[in-house]
Write a protein that binds this ligand. Structure first.
Ligand code: NDP
Length: 276
């Protein structure tokens, strides 16, 4: 049976094994998928040992995505640009690194019938998650993408990195410089929700046609999505679909089969609400 793992620290909370086992059941694929706790100074050895013992692929979550990039023999363009790898495949003695987070987000938005083409998009945050979604978002041909971050220099750095792909559509600023903006889509890619906070953006950024997305998810609406709803946003969406979507893309890379995202998402959502 082909073996897969997710590496992270902490890793107990990871839902990836449940998601991939559900994908495997629904597509009749015989696989084993487990979680493995690793350490920064052990990660590379752990990955190599797993592949040496016959492992076929692995997902990588915080804090190892940059290390996974460095140990990959070959990288996709989207992984190179994101400077992070969340999907490793082992083929003929070589480690292939990819990043499926961005496509997971875009597919989740499309599944909610959110139109990205020609839209005016605000991304809050300039960490690894924000960087990972820029290329897949640009590929959807938005009219403008503004990256706003608490530390403005990090947003500027991303704009610079994506300069040759962005056709001058990408802009960087701080939250204070958003006074005059109105956006079709606002994506919260900060980790503020994890500490019960949300980025201090002007309420005028949200209109009754704005879709607000938070990469963080939980049994209840995140603080950002609660606030966005109060400001009259057209739709609020959390990041559970992005999680399942990135997993589906990894599964497809490994097994060459497209699993059904919707049914797994429904099960996870139900499990989360009964755990309340
Ligand atoms: P990083 O640590 O790389 O970046 C964190 C970002 O959040 C930075 O831009 C930081 O700003 C900003 N930030 C943190 N706290 C605050 C605050 N109180 N107010 C305003 N900005 C704040 O994290 P990642 O980019 O890797 O992840 C971001 C979030 O996305 C995480 O919560 C993660 O769980 C989630 N995520 C969800 C995924 C999914 O599948 N649903 C996939 C990947 C990530 P500054 O630069 O100024 O410090």
């Amino acid at each position: 049976m082909d073996k897969y793992l997710v590496f992270g620290n902490p890793i107990k909370q990871s839902r990836s094994p449940n998601i991939h086992r559900a994908f495997a059941d629904s597509t009749n694929q015989l696989i084993e998928y487990d979680r493995q706790l690793s350490q920064v100074d052990q990660f590379e050895n752990d990955v190599k040992a797993f592949f040496a013992q016959g492992g076929k692929g692995a997902n990588v979550t915080a804090p190892f995505k940059e290390q996974a990039l460095l140990l990959s023999d070959k990288l996709t363009d989207r992984a190179k640009l994101a400077e992070a790898v969340n999907t490793l495949s082992y083929i003929d003695g070589k480690i292939y690194g990819d990043n499926t987070d961005g496509i997971g987000l875009v597919q989740d938005l499309l599944r909610h019938n959110v139109v990205l083409k020609s839209s005016n998009i605000l991304i809050l945050g300039a960490g690894g998650a924000a960087k990972g979604v820029i290329l897949p978002i640009l590929e959807q041909e938005p009219v403008r993408v503004v990256i706003a971050n608490r530390t403005v220099s990090k947003a500027e750095k991303i704009c610079h990195q994506f300069d040759s792909f962005s056709d001058k559509k990408l802009h960087a600023c701080g939250f204070d410089n958003l006074q005059d903006g109105r956006f079709d889509i606002i994506i919260n890619a900060t980790s503020a929700s994890l500490s019960g906070q949300f980025p201090a953006i002007p309420s005028s950024n949200i209109t009754d046609s704005t879709v607000c997305y938070d990469m963080v998810y939980g049994a209840t609406l995140t603080p950002f999505l609660q606030w966005a709803e109060q400001q009259g946003a057209a739709k609020v969406i959390d990041g559970l679909g992005m999680l399942v979507g990135q997993a589906a893309e990894s599964f497809n890379i490994w097994r060459k089969v497209n699993p059904d995202v919707e049914s797994v998402l429904k099960t996870l959502r139900a499990e989360m609400s009964t755990a309340l």
